[in-house]
Design a protein around this ligand. Structure first.
Ligand code: FMN
Length: 260
């Protein structure tokens, strides 16, 4: 019974999109819900660090595309593991069309959409909760909605087994996205730099026993070299890391890997 009670809440998953200065953007959230039915209103809670937050705050317009069980991890990587502050998430992205309110509907890996016009917002410190009238909605596919639990069990790639490291090294792994923090204690106010979830969503893992004396650190017992993704901790085994390698967990290129 070691599970986190917060993970028993039946969250859905959503791509929340907005548009400002003719730039489209969107991020993954698990925080959309209906708050009243008459008028038909929804809430979405977005971290203030997200570009999507600023677009919604400034324009009062957004679309929620409801993620279905057919979604693959690429959708989460594309919208949830990098910020529109550093890239254009809609450059070359074709699985979408524009809603009447001018924001994008994501049409693949989703089953329905709701467009919102913000009528109230609440400053929650790290996040803002936007309350919005549903101005337009529609079905996309006859598929089941993905719950957070479904995402964790079936969509998110399983992190590779923790490699052997010097005795007793402790790591804290984000149970949401797999990011690993190395350190004896995880600060209480720690926020996952990848998916922005708090310290309570991290699990403690004490790495294995001492590396056998004959095996140099960073080399597996079979003699292979280990390359570790400096962003999410994914480990690749092989003497050479292919130049065009892309991390299957968080999508960053070979240049973000270090030989350990
Ligand atoms: C499974 C998952 C759930 C997430 N849930 C939320 C959420 O509820 N609220 C939020 O603000 N960010 C959430 N995020 C993080 C944002 O999607 C992420 O920080 C994104 O890169 C922000 O992009 P932007 O800066 O382009 O808006 C989640 C990410 C993942 C992978």
């Amino acid at each position: 019974m070691g599970a986190n009670p917060m993970h028993k809440l039946s969250y859905g998953l959503f791509v929340v999109t907005s548009e400002e200065y003719e730039k489209d953007n969107g991020c993954i959230t698990n925080t959309v819900g209906q708050v009243t039915s008459s008028p038909n209103r929804i809430s979405v809670t977005v971290n203030k660090d997200n570009l999507t937050h600023d677009f919604i705050r400034d324009t009062g317009r957004f679309t929620v595309s409801i993620i279905s069980e057919s979604a693959d991890f690429e959708l989460f990587r594309h919208f949830g593991f990098r910020s529109g502050r550093e890239c254009d998430k809609f450059d070359g992205f074709t699985d979408c069309r524009r809603a009447e309110n001018g924001t994008m509907i994501v049409t693949k890996g989703t089953n329905a959409y709701l467009c919102g016009s913000v009528c109230q917002s609440y400053d929650l410190g790290t996040h803002t909760m936007f309350i919005a009238d549903v101005t337009e909605s529609g079905m996309i596919a006859d598929e089941r909605s993905a719950t957070y639990e479904y995402y964790l069990s079936n969509i998110k790639p399983k992190p590779k087994a923790v490699g052997e490291t010097p005795d007793g090294q402790t790591i804290w792994r984000c149970t949401i996205c797999g990011y690993e923090y190395v350190g004896e204690e995880l600060p209480e106010d720690f926020i996952c730099p990848l998916c922005k979830h708090p310290a309570s969503d991290f699990e403690k893992i004490v790495k294995g026993t001492a590396v056998p004396e004959t095996v140099p650190a960073g080399v597996t017992p079979e003699g292979k070299t280990v390359w570790r993704c400096t962003v999410c901790g994914y480990e690749y085994e092989g003497d050479e890391l292919p130049e065009d390698f892309v991390c299957p967990l968080c999508g960053v290129p070979a240049s973000e890997f270090e030989k350990v």
